[in-house]
Design a protein around this ligand. Structure first.
Ligand code: CTP
Length: 408
């Protein structure tokens, strides 16, 4: 974060007492921080506190002639490499969602081209309110990164979802919005994640057990490594990692269509999705009634997304996943060869090991080698996996360049 220019917007909420610490943490990592406060924020913390920790005068008013003469609000909007609003109150989210320009901070958000991240903090019922949900959905659609909130004890004495993320976590999340110079800088990575749903009738489907956590962690790690990341995801309940473009799909066929649309220009394809291998041969148009004791469902194979990408003449570097209940490495190696992959990450899924939990265990295999990444949190493993992929990709790329052949 050395030398990065962060505009920190502070809005009115009790969590504002944590924001001076956030400024210090950002500055510890080398960032320059310009604080802009709303009127409500000044009811909780004084501008003097932020001036002391940021080393810069705090901006509060749109109509402050002296401050405008020093750096006008449009210049300030251009200065920012990222805008972080922490805490972001329910009121500010509403004003941002409706494009208001009624104070300095809201105006800056309209006038900036920098990525905007918000760290909501409010009472859990306010967070759950339909109006707030709609505002957050609108902001996410426009590419605003919503960081948190976390669950836990609230200042109002209640417990629930609405706490601002802790300063150190916010610093990490903002760092991923500012990445530059990582091993995948300038590379485009396409990732599939989550399960797919294959319709039986309008109210029923067949799916696979997958939370999508591993794929989302891989997307975050690839972004941290500097890549442009596109994440094609089946139905999951996970937030999009900062800086990642997400395409939501439902069925295996939708996933194939989305991947084929996005694959051009892709350097690395990572297939973590638990794609359904079979789908009902025909989905019933109306709800199927239980008129018989038994029922046959005729299923047909879906297209293998991973193998389709690997078979392209202009194929990217291709990485598959294998979830196995037995003979893990042997089965994974067979898939590596059969689908013509560059790498495969294998994990054992016996005893519910990998599903819906935060930890995982991975072994990476390639034609003449293996590397055990051990057992760790999904994000730690994803970072190790992405580092390994980046090394292998660079080596393959160099080899292809020397032979004068194309790779991705
Ligand atoms: N995959 C895919 N499209 C499919 C099926 C699987 O892209 N229709 C990808 C998965 O994302 C994963 C890898 O292929 O990277 C898993 O291989 P696969 O042979 O499908 O594994 P299983 O379904 O477990 O196969 P099997 O039932 O034969 O063990």
């Amino acid at each position: 974060m050395q030398g990065k220019r962060i505009l920190l917007g502070v809005t009115g909420g009790i969590a504002a007492y944590k924001s001076p610490d956030l400024v210090r943490r950002l500055r510890e990592r080398g960032a320059e921080v310009q604080v802009v406060m709303t009127a409500a924020a000044r009811e909780f913390v004084t501008p003097m506190t932020f001036q002391a920790v940021s080393g810069r005068p705090v901006r509060t008013e749109l109509w402050d002639a002296a401050a405008e003469a020093a750096m006008g609000h449009i210049e300030l909007a251009r200065w920012a490499e990222v805008v972080l609003i922490a805490p972001a109150s329910a009121d500010f989210l509403a004003r941002l969602a409706t494009g208001q320009a009624d104070d300095l901070l809201a105006t800056l958000c309209l006038a900036t081209e920098a990525p905007i991240a918000v760290a909501p903090a409010m009472n859990h019922i306010m967070w759950a309110n339909a109006a707030t949900r709609a505002n957050v959905a609108t902001l996410q659609q426009r590419g605003v990164q919503v960081l948190g909130p976390a669950e836990g004890d609230q200042a109002c004495g209640e417990v629930g979802e609405g706490r601002m993320l802790e300063p150190l976590e916010l610093v990490d999340r903002v760092a991923t919005l500012l990445v530059g110079g990582g091993p995948l800088q300038g590379r485009r990575v396409l990732i599939t994640a989550g399960p797919t749903r294959e319709r039986i009738d309008p109210v029923r489907f067949i799916s696979n057990r997958s939370s999508g956590k591993m794929g989302f962690a891989v997307a975050q790690a690839a972004r941290e490594a500097g890549a442009e990341v596109v994440l094609v995801s089946g139905p999951v309940g996970l937030p999009t990692p900062p800086g990642v473009r997400r395409v939501d799909v439902e069925s295996a066929e939708d996933m194939l269509t989305a991947v084929l649309r996005e694959v051009e220009g892709t350097d690395i394809f990572i297939s973590t999705a638990a794609v359904a291998d079979y789908r009902p041969a025909s989905a019933a148009a109306q709800k199927i009634k239980k008129t018989t004791d038994t029922m046959d469902l005729c299923m047909e194979r879906t297209t293998d997304v991973l193998a389709t990408v690997a078979a392209r003449p202009d194929r990217p570097f291709v990485v598959g996943f294998a979830a196995e209940t037995e003979s893990v490495e042997q089965n994974a190696r067979a898939k590596l060869l059969k689908k013509n992959l560059d790498l495969i990450a294998a994990n054992e899924v016996r005893h519910d090991k990998a599903f819906e939990c935060e930890e995982n265990q991975l072994v990476v295999l390639w034609r003449n080698g293996r590397r055990d990444l051990g057992k760790a949190s999904k994000l730690t493993l994803a970072r190790a996996l992405v580092a390994h992929i980046a090394e292998s990709f660079a080596a393959a790329h160099k080899g292809a360049a020397q032979r004068g052949t194309a790779l991705g």
